[in-house]
Design a protein around this ligand. Structure first.
Ligand code: SF4
Length: 427
């Protein structure tokens, strides 16, 4: 097992073996990746207490996809959540997050931690369950739960350190239609208001970093003030939180703790570019992890598509990590088929984002080979090259096997132009 202690510091003067592994996987020079980790531009979430497939997230790496699974108080079936986790990984998820809030949370997490992938959690959910309600969570309980998650082998933790008095004041000064929609964000607001105290994750941030450093766990600085509808995109609270997260990201890096930033939830498509570039700038290019952004609020049932449109544009502007949104978003806890569909759509968004990240990146052999196979009407090769060839094959073959497809039949433009070009070229 690799030793993950102070990966940032080790990368500053060497190329650790785990970096060699992920660099090979990404097709990046290992020395370049090591420098990027030392600068905080790339993270490898990996708690040394657990061995699993490693995955790099950040600049120069392929865009990664996370899938959230987990029970709720309304539906608690741990085996079903494990089936969802398996389905997500089989369909291309790079990481999983256990967001369970119902049942024996430690036991469910233990099961989910057997998956061969980086696993993230949101410890405040468990703290709220133990306290009975959000307002009764105190600093001791919260830090105890964080330590337990680290001890159990969780690789990255979403911690809403930026939901502080300042961002709460901004919310009051510049009210939003949806208020706060982040579950973790609301829990911290409840704690702060009840106790009239600062969020302990903010006021005792150095202590928090000590715990994460001890366990080599990556911090995902949560966006508790993310907008919950596109009408809230330009309100103050989220920007105040970003600025705080930028400062906290710098402190994490100097403490040797790998950090990611979580980004905006709902916003119009034309706001995405400058938001992403601004977050990257004020966080010193920390890896950026997004749920969405959802670019309209009136398509429930299709929010996976809405999110993929926003996600692709976000990746084009520098986002590194997409959280899967399922067709059940805003409606219900997802089923296995929702997870499959959402994961596939998120993978497509990530791939489209990757194609925009390098100059002429769209000219990858894979894309070129697909165009060539289409030109030849070579269906088998198309299915092999397709991201999800099983679906493509099923659709193509529903009208029977044929040389062209049933869309134009004997009036196939692809076939006709080949014949025309052959004649022209013979002249
Ligand atoms: S039949 Fe029409 S849709 Fe199908 S391959 Fe030919 S041109 Fe394309």
């Amino acid at each position: 097992m690799f030793l993950m202690d102070s990966l940032i510091r080790r990368c500053a003067h060497s190329i650790p073996p785990e970096v060699e592994v992920v660099a090979r996987d990404e097709g990046i020079d290992a020395a370049t990746m090591s420098r990027a980790i030392a600068q905080g531009w790339v993270v490898i979430p990996a708690n040394p207490k657990r061995q699993h497939r490693l995955c790099a997230i950040g600049e120069g790496c392929r865009v990664k996809v996370n899938v959230n699974i987990g029970t709720s108080g309304a539906r608690c079936d741990p085996d079903l959540e494990c089936t969802k986790g398996k389905a997500a990984l089989e369909n291309g998820a790079d990481t999983l997050m256990d967001l369970s809030t119902g049942g024996d949370l430690a036991a469910i997490r233990k099961k989910i931690l057997t998956f061969d992938s980086p696993i993230g959690t949101v410890p405040v959910y468990e703290a709220v369950r133990r306290a009975g309600n959000a307002a009764d969570v105190d600093a001791d309980l919260l830090f105890r739960v964080i330590r337990e998650h680290c001890e159990q082998g969780v690789d990255f933790l979403t911690l809403h350190c930026g939901v502080n008095r300042e961002s709460l004041a901004a919310l009051k000064a510049d009210p939003r239609l949806m208020g706060v929609v982040s579950r973790g964000g609301v829990f911290h607001c409840a704690m702060m208001v009840k106790r009239d105290e600062e969020n302990p994750l903010f006021s005792e941030y150095d202590y928090l970093l000590d715990i994460l450093s001890e366990y080599s766990v990556t911090i995902s600085l949560g966006d508790g003030m993310r907008p919950g509808c596109i009408q809230d995109s330009e309100r103050l609270a989220k920007s105040v939180e970003y600025i705080t997260l930028g400062k906290l990201a710098k402190r994490a890096l100097s403490s040797g703790v790998q950090r990611m930033i979580e980004g905006p939830g709902h916003m119009p498509l034309n706001h995405i570019g400058y938001n992403i570039r601004m977050i990257k700038e004020i966080t010193d290019r920390a890896p950026l992890y997004l749920l969405g952004p959802l670019v309209t609020d009136i398509a429930p049932g299709y929010d996976h598509i809405v999110s993929a449109i926003g996600g692709a544009v976000a990746c084009m502007n520098g986002a590194d990590f997409l959280c899967m949104v399922s067709p059940s978003e805003h409606l219900a806890l997802p089923l296995v088929e929702d997870i499959v569909e959402g994961t596939r759509v998120a993978k497509i968004a990530a791939h489209i984002g990757d194609l925009t990240k390098k100059e002429r990146g769209y000219q990858t052999p894979h894309e070129i080979q697909m165009a060539e196979a289409r030109k030849r009407l070579d269906w088998d090769t198309q299915f092999q090259l397709a991201l999800f060839g099983d679906v493509a094959k099923k659709i193509h073959e529903r009208d029977g096997e044929r040389e062209t497809c049933s869309m134009c039949g004997d009036l196939c433009a692809v076939k006709m132009i080949q014949e025309i070009l052959e004649k022209i070229n013979k002249k």
